[in-house]
Design a protein around this ligand. Structure first.
Ligand code: G3P
Length: 221
């Protein structure tokens, strides 16, 4: 399963990329707005730092505007995936971009039918928002199961990109189902790295080593 970071925060992107954990990045207008800087600089930087796919989202709601914006977004790098909303115009743009070999991420997917239509429109990624479904009392992970089952009946090249991930258990469940990608807020990736027994175990190892060193001052590893 690929891991993308769901952020426009350069510090987090550099931190996790230096650890070798990132296969790509997803952004959206809200994440850009949260950082507050010039989005042009952020998009330039992110596409330079990251080798893998970087989803940059259009803000036009009609077809021709999406096509113009998508082409401009692609100027940031060959790794740019044009992100379009799951709307009739978004699917039309998806079909056009895909037929030109430009990868598309269809976002704001909340049903298996929407995922099916996006896949039929040639999307490289579909982004079901599981946390937002959980928020309204629906089972977000069940949607991932449904999409996985449907895609496995056919020969779509579309990848399931699990979005709106809120906690590490979402990641485990997505991996069990066999989702292709999860896109994670930095806080969730931080939590995945940690376990209290790892910290306790390491503190004990180091304390024991210090005791040994006192008896053998020349010892080095
Ligand atoms: O990738 C989509 C994601 O950013 C939405 O997450 O937490 O705003 O539902 P959230």
């Amino acid at each position: 399963m690929k891991i993308f970071l769901d952020t426009a925060n350069l510090e987090s992107i550099k931190k996790f990329n230096d650890m070798g954990l990132l296969d790509g990045i997803t952004t959206n207008p809200s994440l850009m707005s949260k950082e507050g800087g010039n989005p042009k600089n952020a998009m330039e930087e992110i596409t330079k730092i990251i080798q893998g796919d970087v989803s940059l989202e259009v803000v036009s709601t009609e077809y021709s505007g999406m096509m113009e914006e998508g082409k401009r977004l692609r100027e940031y790098g060959d790794n740019v995936v044009v992100k379009v909303p799951m709307t009739p115009d978004g699917l039309k743009a998806c079909k056009s971009f895909s037929s030109q070999g430009i990868p598309v991420n269809v976002t704001l997917i909340f049903s298996a039918n929407q995922a099916l239509l996006a896949a039929k429109s040639g999307a490289k990624y579909v982004s079901p928002f599981i946390g937002r479904l959980d928020d309204i009392g629906q089972d977000g992970m069940n949607l991932i199961k449904e999409i996985k089952e449907i895609f496995s009946n056919y020969t779509f090249n579309t990848q399931i990109l699990v979005a709106s991930v809120r906690h590490p258990l979402h990641v485990i469940d997505a991996a069990k189902i066999g989702a292709d990608v999860v896109t994670l807020p930095p806080g969730v990736l931080d939590k995945m790295l940690q376990h209290p027994l790892t910290k306790i175990g390491l503190d004990n190892f180091l304390a024991d080593w210090e005791k040994l060193k006192q008896k053998n001052p020349d010892t080095k590893i």
